[in-house]
Design a protein around this ligand. Structure first.
Ligand SMILES: [Mg+2]
Length: 480
């Protein structure tokens, strides 16, 4: 979810408030309001990280302590990290900071030691809404996806958190409703593997449901490009959903993520925010293995984070990771024999086992198994694939896509002039399967010759299983 949001954000950044793209695809070329470096995310994901750092502690985001901590982080971010910021958010945080700053001077203590941040934010947000007729901007929705991961088993609690976190900067009920729908859609995408923006309609107030149903109908009926005026929370959600809905095929497939994000950005105006809102939903549905390797490798941003850090924050938020577990720990399983061997179809490619990772002379690495933080020498030249070593089809999101993506990652690095080491733990399943598809797709070998070359290189005549069978099938499709 967080990685999907960051990717949408960084893809949309170069095109924010410019003429919409009419030809070609959006690329992570940087620029925009920061200006940002290529692959760098903007305020949308920066604010989402402030929330995620609190969510990852297990805090209840609808309760005082959790909200207080988020408000404090928003303020620290605004004065110490923000590379750009929306008008409403800036106004509300500055006002809240003034209130707190006054209190701090009276009490002669650091304002960050105080614990009344949340009420100051809520008051500033309410005052802003009273003074401005258009106070339902999209800046709460753009950071909202992480809320959908905080209480995966409890939709009411998820909705309550979405309302409470939104209200820190936005008092307009339309903002709260848009965040409830978006957070519930993220929760449903993760727990039920389905993209459904209507899933939370019943969580809205009685007098809100009909209007929001009509707005969603409109997003599905109309051309996504008709939602160009998307600084408003309603049209921002419509734009994001319209882009997803109009690329949604009969059979779900992860390359939908690219199609939907491209469409979202082609709408124009607040491109990074619309793509961040859509990316959160797409990431929640398809997971890391549905997101392209080049994007995963490129994204980064405040506060000195990369894709792997976002994965860690998201996993901690759902309680699926701790200090002594991947991805936090420094080393993964390095037991077994160190194997690194050449392959005949690509002179700069070697394949092997995790134990050889420490000694490989290759300048770039594609890891098909989990690697520790200390094992990543250069994140821009180290692709970490999310590929499960399992013969059970249900454990894979879309195995064919993940295999092709790993193969394309190898080739992209070779094309960039790198020497590449492709590995998993023991090189029994994942490595030979990806190597086979690479040999056929880019090495010009037949599947039979590729299989023979890999068996000989690894000295293993017993390669089999679901990954190998899928690679053979994909090689066959490619050859035809
Ligand atoms: Mg932005």
């Amino acid at each position: 979810m967080l990685l999907g949001q960051a990717i949408g954000d960084a893809l949309g950044v170069p095109y924010e408030f410019k003429s919409p793209i009419t030809a070609g695809e959006a690329r992570m070329i940087g620029g925009g309001l920061g200006p940002y470096s290529p692959g760098e995310w903007s305020d949308d994901t920066q604010m989402a990280i402030c929330i995620a750092q609190v969510a990852a502690t297990g805090a209840d985001l609808s309760a005082y302590d959790g909200l207080n901590e988020i408000a404090k982080r928003f303020c620290e971010w605004r004065f110490r990290g923000a590379s750009d910021i929306g008008h409403q958010t800036a106004a509300v945080i500055s006002r809240a900071d003034l209130m707190i700053g006054g209190a701090a001077m009276d009490a002669s203590m650091s304002r960050y030691d105080l614990d009344n941040w949340a009420p100051a934010f809520q008051q500033a947000a309410t005052e802003y809404a009273e003074q401005h007729p258009r106070s339902a901007g999209n800046e709460a929705l753009m950071r909202n996806g992480i809320v959908g991961l905080t209480r995966l088993e409890d939709r009411q609690a998820t909705a309550a958190s979405a309302r409470a976190v939104a209200a820190l900067t936005h008092a307009d009920p339309l903002v709260a409703a848009s965040c409830v729908l978006h957070a519930e859609a993220v929760r449903i995408a993760v727990t039920k593997a389905r993209l459904d923006i209507r899933a939370g309609i019943d969580l809205l107030a009685d007098d809100e449901r009909e209007q929001w149903s009509a707005w969603i109908d409109e997003a599905e009926r109309n051309d996504p490009k008709s939602f160009k005026d998307n600084g408003f929370t309603v049209t921002a959600l419509q734009a994001a959903w319209s882009a997803i809905f109009h690329t949604m095929p009969e059979d779900p497939r992860p390359d939908l993520v690219n199609d939907a994000l491209q469409l979202a950005i082609s709408i124009g105006h607040d491109t990074d925010t619309v793509a961040a809102i859509a990316g959160a939903l797409l990431g929640a549905r398809y997971g890391v293995s549905g997101l392209r390797h080049d994007w995963r490798r490129q994204v980064h941003g405040w506060p000195h984070m990369r894709g792997r850090d976002l994965i860690e924050l998201a996993l901690r938020t759902v309680g699926a990771s701790g200090d002594d577990e991947w991805p936090a720990r420094d080393y993964e399983d390095r037991s077994g024999t160190a194997v690194e061997v050449r392959v005949p179809w690509a002179p700069e490619l070697t394949i092997g086992t995790q134990a050889a990772l420490a000694t490989t002379p290759a300048t770039a690495v594609v890891s098909l198994s989990r690697v520790g933080r200390a094992e990543v020498r250069d994140p821009e030249r180290h692709v970490q694939a999310w590929l499960v070593d399992s013969d059970e089809p249900a454990t894979h999101n879309n195995l064919a896509f993940a295999l092709h993506d790993a193969v394309d990652a190898v080739q992209d690095l070779l094309d960039a002039g790198e020497s590449v080491f492709l590995h998993c733990v023991h090189a029994h399943h994942r490595t030979p399967s990806v190597a086979l598809l690479h040999a056929v797709k880019y090495g010009g070998l037949s599947a039979q010759d590729a299989a023979a070359a890999i068996r000989m290189a690894l000295g293993d005549n017993k390669i089999s299983g679901l990954l190998w069978a899928t690679a053979l099938e994909e090689a066959d499709i490619h050859a035809r």
